[in-house]
Design a protein. Structure first.
Length: 285
């Protein structure tokens, strides 16, 4: 997510709008208020703004901070605010390409390739980052306008194009069903991030059981950050699809358990916060 504020308007650009804000992360649900919030949602006792936290979002949002200080009512589809939306969308586009924003790459790739010198990495890959940004922005136009370019990108020789095309398809959801045949070969892609995003798209529209692709990714990847990313998706499917895609802790035996892999597996096992071992101290005389 990237945000801009100008005057009373607050603009938000969601690059994975299908993920609800209430998706599990380990530190948040240590807080009792968040835990109760999620329990109420699971019990079906929320509606309105409170339930919104556990729903998918649109690709962009615009809020009037004077009339709506809690940023609940998205004005992005309101013709009365079209000029403000267009202005802030254009400013966002300019800023992200001017940085350039390295987060168009998955974090698992950045950890492996960019952390030695992120500035140099961004400069060397600037044209590729702009290409990814253009693909990501297809989520902002009607699917009928994006379909042809997405189909080309799903079959591209560049893994970054296949990666972003799959994510944009997931953003469109059922609208992107005509691209199932183009996306299905990506479940066996040479790129692990591409396989992950293809499983998200196809699983989110009910074309496959995504856990059949995502669980082996966690178990077999040598990159624990990729394993953590895949577990994010696994938990999304387990918690937010009415029980259609269950997983058990026993399904997992990862070859690499660094990053947040083990803590996310603890959550799947129902023990999100194992008690810390007590440290005995000798009393001073």
């Amino acid at each position: 997510v990237r945000t801009l504020r100008k005057g009373k308007y607050f603009y938000m650009r969601f690059f994975q709008p299908y993920y609800p804000d209430g998706l599990n992360n380990n530190y948040r649900y240590k807080m009792l208020a968040f835990e109760e919030w999620r329990n109420l949602w699971k019990a079906g006792e929320l509606d309105g703004a409170a339930a919104q936290f556990f729903s998918r979002k649109t690709a962009e949002a615009l809020f009037d901070c004077e009339l709506d200080p809690h940023n609940v009512t998205n004005l992005a589809g309101d013709p009365a605010h079209a000029a403000a939306l267009a202005e802030l969308r254009a400013e966002m586009r300019k800023r992200l390409r001017g940085m350039p924003d390295l987060s168009y790459y998955p974090e698992s790739h950045l950890v492996q390739h960019a952390m030695g010198n992120p500035v140099e990495f961004g400069q060397e890959n600037e044209s590729g980052l702009h290409e990814m940004a253009d693909l990501a922005d297809l989520a902002l136009v009607p699917f009928s306008e994006a379909k042809a370019e997405l189909e080309i990108a799903l079959g591209s020789g560049k893994w970054t194009h296949r990666y972003w095309a799959a994510m944009v398809c997931t953003s469109f959801g059922k609208e992107a069903e005509p691209l199932v045949d183009a996306a299905s070969p990506l479940l066996d892609d040479a790129s692990e991030p591409v396989r992950m995003r293809a499983a998200e798209f196809l699983g989110s529209i009910g074309a496959i059981n995504p856990q059949d692709t995502l669980v082996p990714l966690v178990n077999e990847t040598a990159n624990p950050v990729l394993g953590t990313e895949a577990l994010q998706s696994i938990v999304w499917f387990r918690d937010h699809f009415d029980g259609k895609y269950p997983v058990e802790r026993s399904n997992f035996d990862p070859v690499e358990d660094g990053a947040d892999v083990m803590r996310r597996l603890d959550y799947i096992n129902g023990v999100p916060y194992p008690p810390k071992k007590s440290i005995s101290r000798k009393k001073s005389n």
